[in-house]
Design a protein around this ligand. Structure first.
Ligand code: ATP
Ligand code: MG
Length: 778
């Protein structure tokens, strides 16, 4: 059942409609947060298909995450009432991988190339720095990888860079050599790093006009969300596809470039450090003369109080066009501010408020906690675990970054891409087979000298004059990989085997899992579980992608972004960095650590444009909230291995005082009159307009909890309960300090990890870690 054009326009305001209906070569939608930019893009895609102006296959829509892409696809299909096969809705990276898989053979790569994540690149760079002894010249893995990434985002390859480099400067000459070796290693390994995916696609289009033309003819409509965060390489990619350069074949009709729609908000540009160029949006009208510009001013996401705070903060950035964002939702609650003694105290506040929200009917999945740095999660997680709050951290140590998962993935990659020496070298002695680093290097030199793949070098191990044991270990591994390769051979009689079968074979015959299980270390137990989890992932993949092969699986895994872990049905509170939060929205949002050195981050406070970019980050955070916004900070913060006095963020005073209600630490009332921490006093007197009226009312910033520290420390330790010996069995009734009374349905786990599955009368089903949950048997 199709929605029809008019239904597609329902639920849109006149400006949004105009943007959906406009037809022309270029359309720019600039608008503040929550004004329906993403919604307009979605409706526009549906409208193009519905009106039969475009086939689904003629549309390329670029979103910021795979999750956003999946959502947009689902929404478009919902609007159209039909599946839209062949429509490309994806991230820049995914779109480029698809193009490269088809076209890589044009320039010396194969379809089965590997994608190196930043950890892989770093291993490679580390090796090169060591070989060239470049560390003595002050090169570090971090500095080299940042520089190479920056160059690639600006579309500079090693040769173009070398042309302008000053070789009289030994430092620069050495960098060129590192860059060159890095590029060569990638080529030899049949691998692209993350930045290559975009830049190599652009190079491909430029070097092979015929290929470019094929994609230009295909995509008639290109739509890009979050355009303010595109970097030069991404910008160029779009430009290549929207050009109208005539036709390669004189006989063919000339190609007309695709029509381009971009939406963005320069106030939300937060990726300058990755090369995002705000000018792409500012100069759109110059690059696409005659472009239609639509402004959206109504915000549909947040209450007026939240919006006013956001507007007030961002208006402190100069060099921007002022936007008048308004909402019809009403004022809503005031923002709740909280100053804690420490990060732990702050975390306790967050946990307590979440419990209140939950009791009042807000689902956990509608609540998010944001922070500037990953290190801040530690305190939050500790308290959340104690409070038995279900949560998940997005983009922390990702599953796929764990060592054991990387090992197992390296097995799969070695099968898919025999040229990938990095992956092979990783698994050579994992599990331990008695193959040492010297042998590893010897194989590498042998492969290089004979211009053969690393796996071929392994097959020829007998000619290397190694000991019989080592030789046989190498041959055995090579044999296993060959056996697995046969499983995925497209020519195989039964067709290529499912990824699950390949992985099962590798795990069984390599002895990897057995080796993990043989160790007594509980850490290794967890590792074995993770590997089993990966096995389950491959099974799931096979179910969802009946035609999906090993390469499809590897591609999918290498492209998951932090936010892609977000699963709405999971019923957990989401913890994430401010960067990850972009484009998302939640009923209630906690912005934590609103302090100097964190926001603005100490690394950017003195960079040109740094404080302005950090302010935009704050703006992004504030505008994620629909109804409730919480701002919190601590007076001391454990950071970089020490506890330091923290100062309130300069951005806090940019929010009009009447919008925030500052609350006090629990227990404060009983111990009034303590001394105020010096940091805050100093701040208060040195800054004009701090808390606009200067009055001392409790709602004024900041509410100082004047309690002696020792007493507070006590409270914290009191909260660490230990029910270690509490015996619970199904049927027992318990009382929980927050959830009230309930019945135990099941007890799982052992020792300190025992978990009670409880059905509470009012709070519903919960899982509690018995050792520390605030419960008693009744
Ligand atoms: P951001 O800048 O944060 O990416 P955005 O401009 O992309 O925000 P959307 O996410 O598209 O905004 O929309 C924000 C919210 O407002 C969404 O929940 C969306 O469904 C809703 N919304 C947008 N337009 C309308 C409308 N005309 N009527 C009702 N709700 C709307
Ligand atoms: Mg959006």
């Amino acid at each position: 059942q199709s929605a029809g054009q008019s239904d597609l326009l329902d639920g849109l305001n006149p400006e949004q409609r105009e943007a959906v209906e406009y037809r022309g070569p270029a359309l720019l939608i600039v608008a503040g947060a929550g004004s329906g930019k993403t919604r307009v893009l979605t409706h526009r895609v549906a409208s193009l298909i519905e009106s039969r102006e475009a086939w689904p296959s003629q549309i390329l829509a670029i979103t910021f995450t795979n999750k956003a892409a999946a959502e947009m696809r689902e929404r478009v299909e919902q609007l159209l009432g039909q599946a839209s096969q062949g429509m490309w809705i994806s991230t820049f990276h995914s779109a480029c991988v698809r193009i490269l898989r088809r076209e890589a053979e044009n320039f010396g790569f194969t379809k089965s190339f590997t994608i190196y994540d930043s950890a892989d690149s770093r291993v490679l760079i580390k090796r090169i720095i060591k070989e060239l002894q470049a560390d003595t010249f002050g090169f570090t893995v971090g500095s080299v990888s940042a520089k190479i990434s920056k160059l690639k985002n600006e579309l500079a390859d090693v040769e173009s860079y070398a042309r302008t480099a000053n070789f009289a400067d030994p430092q620069e000459a050495l960098f060129v050599e590192i860059f060159r070796q890095y590029t060569r290693s990638l080529q030899a390994a049949n691998a692209f790093d993350f930045d290559d995916l975009i830049s190599q696609t652009v190079f491909l289009f430029r070097a092979f006009p015929r290929v470019a033309e094929q994609y230009r003819r295909r995509f008639r409509h290109i739509l890009v969300d979050e355009y303010q965060d595109t970097n030069h390489a991404q910008y160029s990619l779009i430009h290549e596809l929207t050009l109208s350069p005539g036709s390669v074949d004189p006989g063919q009709p000339p190609v007309e470039g695709a029509s381009l729609t971009v939406v963005g908000d320069s106030d939300q540009s937060i990726y300058a450090f990755r090369g995002a160029d705000i000018r792409n949006i500012v100069e759109f009208e110059r690059d696409y003369p005659g472009a239609k510009v639509v402004l959206l001013e109504q915000n549909y996401r947040s209450t007026q109080n939240i919006l006013s705070a956001a507007n007030a903060v961002i208006s402190n950035n100069f060099d921007r066009k002022d936007k008048k964002l308004w909402t019809a939702i009403g004022d809503g609650d005031r923002i709740l501010g909280y100053t804690g003694y420490s990060g732990h105290d702050e975390a306790q506040f967050v946990a307590d408020e979440i419990a209140k929200l939950h009791d009042a009917g807000t689902a956990y999945k509608d609540i998010a906690v944001f922070y500037r740095t990953n290190a801040q999660t530690r305190a939050l997680e500790e308290i959340f675990i104690r409070s038995a709050l279900p949560y998940r951290v997005l983009g922390g140590t990702k599953f796929y970054e764990r060592a054991e998962i990387k090992d197992v993935m390296a097995y799969l990659i070695s099968v898919a891409n025999p040229q990938d020496a990095l992956a092979l070298r990783r698994i050579l002695n994992s599990p331990k087979r008695g193959i040492g680093p010297a042998t590893e290097t010897q194989l590498a030199s042998f492969a290089e000298a004979n211009e053969i793949s690393y796996r071929e070098a392994m097959r020829r191990a007998p000619s290397l004059g190694l000991g019989p044991k080592v030789t046989s270990a190498i041959l055995q591994l090579a044999g296993l990989l060959d056996e697995a390769s046969e499983l995925i051979d497209p020519e195989r009689e039964q067709g290529p085997a499912p990824v699950f079968d390949v992985l099962a074979l590798l795990l069984e015959k390599s002895g990897y899992l057995t080796a993990l299980r043989a160790k007594r270390d509980p850490q290794d137990e967890a590792r074995a579980e993770n590997v089993e989890e990966l096995l389950a992932v491959t099974k799931e993949f096979g179910k969802n992608n009946p035609d999906g092969g090993l390469i499809d699986f590897l591609t999918e895994v290498s492209l998951v972004a932090a936010v892609d872990d977000l699963d709405d049905s999971s019923g957990t509170v989401s913890l994430m960095t401010l960067h990850t939060a972009k484009g998302l929205e939640f009923e209630a949002v906690f912005l934590t650590g609103i302090e100097e050195d964190l926001l603005p981050h100490r690394m950017s406070a003195n960079e040109p444009g740094g404080p302005a970019e950090e302010r935009r980050l704050f703006y992004v955070g504030i505008t994620r909230a629909r109804k409730r916004l919480y701002l919190s900070l601590a007076m001391t913060r454990a950071q970089y291995g020490e506890t330091a006095v923290a100062m309130p963020s300069r951005y806090l005073q940019e929010i009009p005082a009447e919008l925030i209600e500052w609350v006090q630490s629990p227990g404060m009332a009983t111990s009034r009159g303590g001394t105020q921490p010096r940091a805050l006093n100093a701040n208060r007197s040195s800054r004009q307009g701090w808390g606009s009226t200067g009055s001392q009312s409790t709602s004024d910033f900041p509410a100082l909890p004047p309690r002696p520290k020792a007493e507070w420390a006590n409270t914290i330790t009191n909260k660490v309960r230990d029910n270690g010996d509490l015996e619970l069995a199904p049927g027992d009734r318990i009382r929980h300090s927050d959830f009230g009374e309930g019945r135990v349905n099941q007890v799982t786990g052992e020792g300190t990890k025992r978990v009670a599955h409880v059905l509470f009368e009012s709070a519903g089903a919960k899982k509690l870690l018995i050792k520390i949950a605030p419960i008693e048997k009744i």
